[in-house]
Design a protein around this ligand. Structure first.
Ligand code: TYD
Ligand code: MG
Length: 452
């Protein structure tokens, strides 16, 4: 009988090592190694040698994947359409962000139109999940709940039920009884996920796995599962903010970087069809330090308000605080502002905030950030019907950004009448945008144009 082999795996990044390490050499996480017990291969696998039959490209059926309608628009958008038969999808997110809420709603919608949906909860009792579903006003007759943690029992239940969708909430709570490892460990996670993968592929039932992401807890993160599943979605949101963003970081059946926007309300997560309007809703009359930019969230332009506050510092090292904005980019922008515009910031604290708990990860927001800072320093409010889009280079020049036309069209839709855009990109813009595009070559140009 071959012996079982053991290996250690970083639960943050999946790095493998024959021994446990205090610190992962790959991702620098501390104390992140879990033992991975590989089961000894059964003897039968050595004997089974029937050849497989590869298929010619010309013989492969190329009809689009059969997709089940989801009924929750924002969710379907992120999936790239509907649910693909036999697909395995991982949905990650911090505890309490709303994964169970969202999936209960999706389960209800699918159950109303497509057939039976099995929602397996390993963390909550049937009474608990049922109560939540009823409180959210869900009532699909075909929505079935099961409270179970044994992987094999769950697999058999799904197989015999013929459900058209199965949801496992969460993969960390499920365990395979024949694997000697604690629930939530890397070994259990991979073993259980593998069983659900086989189930999905053999029955065609799409399966959703919920996975908690914990930064420093002892529960293995879903990172180690990402390569096994077809699609990886992350539900993100600030704890004290009602908006949630659903992103796909991997999708074998559609584009990634798509974003769905939801709002957490008393009756569950409500889709936000026009996020720009919502994020700008609380904007007051013109105030110094506030500039609107248009960022791309996946394929979708979203208007975001950037606020800056510059105030005299009492510290030897003045503060540079960014919320929702990359801290390194803030340093770069403040350096360009002080060097190229001669605005003294060396004794000033600079706070930069993206309103609404959003995150901007794009250099296209540089111009808006720089203008917000200058506007705050000069106490000079900017026009409220203007957006600013552009990346700033180190010599203060403005650089073009992708999909400028699409961004400006979104701004027009929300009633903005002018836009500061990089000079280089302005020539390629069509004339029927519905707003005035003001080309500027440098940050200094932009500031002068605005009379600051
Ligand atoms: P939950 O879906 O249980 O989070 P997860 O499964 O990701 O751990 O949702 C947790 C939070 O959502 C909870 O703190 C309360 C809030 N919530 C609402 O605000 N409204 C609702 O209708 C529901 C069901 C939850
Ligand atoms: Mg939950």
């Amino acid at each position: 009988m071959p012996k079982a082999r053991s290996e250690f795996l970083c639960r943050e990044c999946g790095y493998k090592n024959p021994r446990s390490l205090g610190r992962c050499p790959e991702c620098d996480a501390w104390g992140s190694f879990d033992e991975l017990l590989e089961r000894a291969p059964p003897l039968a696998s050595v004997v089974r040698v029937a050849p497989a039959r590869p298929e010619r490209l010309s013989e492969i059926e190329t009809s689009d994947f059969h997709r089940l309608p989801v009924g929750v628009e924002e969710f379907a958008r992120v999936l790239g359409g509907g649910l693909v038969r036999g697909s395995l999808t991982l949905i990650g997110g911090d505890p309490g962000v709303g994964k169970s809420t969202l999936l209960t709603q999706v389960a209800n919608q699918v159950a109303r139109t497509a057939g039976e949906v099995l929602y397996v909860s390993g963390e909550e009792s049937v009474a608990q999940v049922g109560m939540r579903a009823k409180r959210m006003g869900l009532n699909a007759h075909n929505l079935l709940f099961l409270s179970e943690t044994d992987a094999d029992i769950i697999v058999e239940t799904i197989r015999s039920s013929g459900a058209c969708l199965a949801i496992i909430d969460s993969i960390q709570s499920v365990m395979a009884s024949d694997v000697e490892a604690l629930p939530g460990s890397v070994t259990q996670l991979r073993e259980c996920a593998l069983r659900f993968l086989q189930l999905a592929k053999s029955t065609g039932t799409p399966v959703f796995l919920v996975g908690h992401v914990t930064k420093d807890g002892s529960i293995a993160g879903p990172k180690v599962l990402e390569h096994m599943v077809d699609t990886v979605l992350y539900l993100e949101g600030e704890r004290f903010n009602q908006y949630r963003l659903l992103r796909s970081t991997k999708n074998r059946f559609g584009p990634t970087r798509e974003v769905g926007v939801f709002e957490m309300l008393g009756q569950g997560l409500v889709e936000v069809a026009n996020p720009s309007a919502v994020f700008l809703a609380e904007r007051g009359a013109s105030a110094p330090g506030s500039v609107v930019t248009v960022a791309m969230e996946g394929a979708r332009p979203i208007l975001e308000e950037i606020q800056a506050l510059v105030s005299k510092s009492s510290l030897a090292m003045p503060r540079r605080t960014a919320t929702g904005f990359d801290a390194n980019r803030l340093h770069l922008v403040t350096a360009v502002v002080s060097r190229r515009l001669g605005v003294p910031l060396y004794d000033q604290d600079v706070y930069l905030n993206v309103v609404g708990g959003l995150r901007v990860d794009e250099p296209s927001a540089d111009l808006a950030a720089a203008l917000a800072i200058v506007s705050s320093v000069r106490d000079h409010p900017l026009p409220t019907d203007m957006v600013a889009v552009g990346e700033i280079g180190l010599s203060g020049e403005l650089r073009g950004v992708g999909q400028l036309e699409q961004r400006l069209r979104e701004a027009t839709k929300l009633g903005f009448s002018s836009a500061l855009v990089p000079h280089s990109a302005a020539q390629r813009l069509p004339h029927n945008l519905g707003l005035v595009a003001i080309p500027v070559a440098t940050l200094r140009d932009a500031v002068r144009t605005l009379g600051m």
